[in-house]
Write a protein that binds this ligand. Structure first.
Ligand SMILES: [Zn+2]
Length: 462
């Protein structure tokens, strides 16, 4: 997409003398009429189409849409608009977390951090779709929700609420059930073999549904060839890169944590030429990567007391902290100090892969795995963007990964950019995130579905 073209084609609604006179005459009568929109005036705007922020902008929002955007000279403020002076502030599109597992308590926390859309990739089937329904009808204070419903896995499934399939026919039936219920895409999990994946992708395509994968028993390149549209956690990359992946597959068959541990450690032994070859093949198959660096980083530091004392953890309710049971997870996984240092040794190659992927023209989308253990809803997305910057992204490329490119992954062409006709999901910041991505923490207000809310008012929801 040629980003600059939006700036040129923005409608310039100019003040006309007659209209101004009519407004002056009618002003007294208009006072009793409630405003039918809001004009955000004076902020510097990163609009999600161009890396270049625009100074001193006016954004006209009516209903839940952006009606006009441009400089003060270009955009007239219509009558009956509530005007909000945002001089010295910064506006970016509402953020999209590309990998979450939603729970009700997370909703206001996502919004308060500026996350106005979430891509849920597995939850309890009925309740997650009911939650999506309520949120999207506007009856919850919530980000927009896209959902896979329940994931598809093969026996023995890691999650008891997954759809478990035994063969290709089964797999097709699972896709049918998901499609009929109206999921937004299909998520497959670690025990799905290439044979099952072929059936799932083929069936999903008949419904126009995309398939995303957390891979285990299928390598990433094979998954891309079969037609998977996105890969979570960079799963399947070591399996595609190593000379002999039998040991990795044996670990995945053993159980989820065995598979994850072997996968995570395997990164350290990969060289840049091999990573570039895998990236090239995935880019050719137009696969989007959702690396969830914050998950890899957090799991590699579970033996560091600072991980458990992170200030963002105070946003998590006590009941959830006890449910997370991090020591219990470490015991179940059997992770030792040597494992954690091996995970840390793998981190530079994970960053290198993300960097190569981006440089090869591949799409990278920011996602977190919130609200799994220690992945705090909202705050973890800002951390993910910082990790993308540490991996070599510019601040604007990191913003694109959580706005424009995430909207593309969702197939949501009304989201991800601040241009006329799109949804007015945006956030207002005290400091410039294009100068320092961590400035996303200076959020003051968030707008979703056209409603402007202060972060303080959102905190009253928890
Ligand atoms: Zn996940």
């Amino acid at each position: 997409m040629a980003g600059r073209s939006y700036l040129i084609t923005r409608p310039a609604i100019r003040v006309r003398a007659l209209a101004a006179a009519a407004f002056a005459l009618g002003a007294a009568a208009c006072d009793r009429t409630p405003p039918d929109g809001v004009a955000l005036v004076g902020a510097t705007v990163f609009d999600g189409t161009s890396p270049q922020p625009q100074l001193d902008q006016v954004i006209i929002v009516r209903n839940d849409k952006i009606e006009a955007i441009g400089t003060r000279a270009e955009v007239d403020i219509p009558r009956r608009m509530r005007t909000v002076d945002l001089s010295g502030r910064f506006i970016v599109p509402g953020l999209i977390d590309g990998h979450v597992h939603l729970q009700r308590w997370t909703l206001p926390r996502f919004l308060a951090a500026g996350v106005t859309t979430v891509r849920d990739v597995h939850g309890p089937f009925d309740s997650i779709l009911a939650l999506r329904e309520q949120a999207n009808l506007g009856s919850l204070t919530s980000p927009r929700i896209f959902s896979a419903g329940a994931m598809i896995d093969a026996a023995p499934a890691t999650y008891s609420d997954a759809f478990v399939v035994g063969g290709a026919n089964d797999a097709r039936k699972a896709v049918d059930k998901l499609a009929v219920t109206g999921v937004d895409y299909v998520k497959v999990y670690t025990r799905i073999t290439p044979e099952l994946l072929r059936a799932i992708v083929d069936e999903a395509q008949t419904f126009g549904l995309r398939v995303t994968a957390h891979l285990g028993l299928t390598d990433a390149v094979t998954a891309g060839e079969i037609g998977v549209r996105s890969i979570e956690h960079m799963s399947g990359v070591p399996e595609a890169a190593v000379a002999n992946n039998a040991a990795l597959y044996a670990a995945h068959r053993e159980g989820f944590f065995d598979g994850w541990t072997a996968f995570e450690k395997a990164w350290a032994g990969l060289d840049s030429a091999t990573l570039a070859r895998v990236a090239e093949q995935l880019v050719a198959d137009r696969v989007t990567i959702v690396p969830t660096l914050v998950l890899h980083e957090t799991l590699s530091r579970l033996d560091d007391p600072a991980t458990m004392q992170d200030s963002s953890l105070r946003l998590v309710p006590d009941s959830e902290m006890s449910r997370w049971d991090v020591p219990g997870m470490v015991a179940r996984a059997g992770w030792t100090a040597e494992d954690f240092s091996a995970f840390r040794a793998s981190r530079p190659n994970q960053d290198l892969f993300v960097r190569i992927y981006r440089a090869s023209g591949g799409k990278v989308v920011a996602g977190t795995d919130a609200a799994n253990q220690l992945i705090v809803p909202g705050q973890s997305l800002i951390r993910e963007l910082e990790l993308l910057v540490q991996a070599g992204f510019s601040n604007t490329d990191a913003l694109f990964a959580a706005t424009r490119d995430a909207a593309l992954l969702l197939g949501a062409d009304s989201l991800g950019a601040l241009v006329p006709g799109r949804k007015a999901d945006l956030i207002i910041l005290a400091r410039d995130p294009v100068a320092d991505i961590g400035n996303l923490r200076s959020i003051q207000q968030v707008m979703v579905r056209g409603h402007l809310m202060s972060t303080d008012s959102l905190r009253r929801h928890w």
